[in-house]
Design a protein around this ligand. Sequence first.
Ligand code: PHE
Length: 445
Amino acid sequence: MNTPPAILSAIPRRLHLQPDHPLAITRQLIESRFPDYKSYNDLFPVVTTNQNFDSLGFPDDHIGRSRTDTYYLNKDTVLRTHTSAHQADTFRKNETAGYLISADVYRRDAIDRSHYPVFHQMEGARTWDRDQVPAGKTLAQVIWDDVAKIPKHDINVEDPNPTFHPARNPLQDTHSAEEVEALAAHLKRSLEDVVVAIFTAARTATATATATLDTPSASSEPLRVRWVEAYFPFTSPSWELEVFWRGAWLEVLGSGIVQHSILRNAGVPNRLGWAFGLGLERIAMLLYSIPDIRLFWSTDPRFLTQFAAAAPMARFVPFSKYPACVKDVSFWLRAPSSSNSSSSSNSAAGGNTSSSAGPPPASHAGQQPAFHENDVMEIARDVCGDVVEDVRLVDEFVHPQTARTSLCYRTNYRSLGRTLTNDETNELHERFRQQLVEKLGVELR
Ligand code: PHE
């Protein structure tokens, strides 16, 4: 068990179901692009390690399984780290050709304006039945007929890679190349349609902002998206979809052709199809220009009354102008170490458990337990709650004689609702420092 009470208390919030909450509105906007898909929005977050990892083909030593990344309730029960945890069960139910799952997911991770240990994902999948192909047609033709039913938009799509890469993105031996070309086309056209809906809405919202905040010219340029090769243990081939937004490529989702073993194990060996997963916060943040992920948890009417499903989308007007208070803590780790300390970073769906890309998380081998940056993050959250806005490593060095590592973390304290007093921040920071000593065995400098 490594799940603190503050995390457990998020379970009943169900922000994605709260009427007029920006996450719920974002969910509905995407659902509206999949009218024939069945939505499951009520699945309980406590799942087995089998559901979250094994059923999806995660290797035993995958970093996502570690206690530094995942909240365990006991050795084989976790808070789901992604909505893919429900893929196998949903395929097994076999109620519908297409489904969407929206839910809260839980990950130990860095603290900053775009990372919070609880966030929301939407999973989607569409499968076809090999045994229900009309006479005279191939399955690939049936899928292509369905592709033609999806709205096609006039956007700028970069998709330079062949569908398969023999080493990195192989064709599964249960599939033919024709089938997967058709599935890939259906997946891509469906998700491009979603992205057009999202970014059209985001531009409308942006256009309502004052001219000084945004460059109005950006709104008239055609949307640019690109498909890039990706890796997930439960899809092959796999892709991420990126969108060019405000001058940079932004990862929006992860997707791919469902590994046939999942469908076979789920008792539907005759089906094949695709799946995707995306992070709702990231999309809601850009739809409404919400600057800090903690705001989604706010119960302040100044936040909640700014959103309405029925109203046109408008840019969020910040109400917290309270100052930040910055404090550093420096400490020695106990044992010599040499590894790097970059923080684990979230991928497409907020995805550090599934993507192979990205830097390895900070981990300093030494006396047990090994130091992991996520433990620092968790102590900060535990002690300071939502008053901690950002924690980051600002300095690291190894002492030439003793070979000990020294780290310095900078903590930003800021309340979204009021000005923190000096005494209050000092007291929080002191508790944070003491907990680092008690829980991690570091030596303060
Ligand atoms: N579960 C993946 C993540 O959390 C996203 C994903 C879903 C990728 C379905 C492919 C298919 O990053």
